[in-house]
Design a protein around this ligand. Sequence first.
Ligand code: DAH
Length: 346
Amino acid sequence: MIEELDAVLAAAKDELATIDDPDALRDVEIRFLGKKGKITALGKGMRNVSPADRPTVGAKMNEVRNAVTAAIAERRDALEAARIAALCADPGFDPTLPRPVPLSDGRPGARHPLTLVTEHIEDIFRAMGFLLLDYPEVETEGNNFDGLNIPASHPARDMQDTFWLTDGNLLRTHTSTGQVRTLKSVAPPFRAIFPGRVFRNESTDASHEHTFHQVEGLMIDRHVSVGNLIYSMKALLSEIFERDVTVRLRPGYFPFVEPGFELDIQCQVCGGSGCSVCKKSGWVELLPCGLVHPNVLRYAGVDPDQWSGWAFGLGLSRLVMMKYQIEDVRHLLGGDLRFVRQFRQG
Ligand code: DAH
């Protein structure tokens, strides 16, 4: 019996020495210490040991069981330490981030559909070599209006109802503010997107919110043409919808682009035959865009004789609503966990 116990301990140590994943470790634990494990089986043999030998064998039995238990624990600690060391070596790992807080009802949350769609779009653009930039929600009048060729007297300022702050700044009414900021700080040629929240002083209904999400895109290079713009917009919408999409272009007026366009996409819900999402028209207005106005370049100190570019402003609420067939925009920011949990993945 004593030899058998020694042999079991030696076998356990041998096996443990080669193990490098937690599942295999658990397997060893079961085979040695589990209900039908080797040590348990030997324990059942105690009844055949003579009463005189029992104290010695019993003590040995405990010693071996403890030794195997300790060896497994030691191996588990080593594996965990190696796992953490590997995580820390990853440059994307940030140990200062707060840990996820469980929700008050104890059930797991889910990522919001706006987050899912934003991350998808970010991946697409990152793969196409775009910079991904994040800009403030509180903005100056200059970045929100003047730099975008919208002077104080311009009627376009009335197009957007603005939340003004008491210090003269404002909550940005569109992500186009990022155009001014990027043109001022990044030397062309470049391509960049800036996703974010924007705010307008509007009353809310099924298709209007005071807070919504946009992704702005800007590409600056030499000799950028309308053909280039249309090709790029169609390519990116096909990526977003993961299929070839039919688009149509209408002239659209925005002071910061010339020419400006409204790009409509054939309704992805009804396929163009007409439904409530496209208000029976078969088309959904999705993507205003255009060639960057020379005044916008000039304001930021970029020479319009050398550089040109295109810009677009993608409204994310509508995109998310189309993708997930959500009928009321107010669900998006309503804060109802039952809504968000429908988008739980995996
Ligand atoms: N900033 C505009 C808005 O929120 C949308 C827009 C239109 C953005 C045309 C652009 C553009 O970049 O080229 O209404």
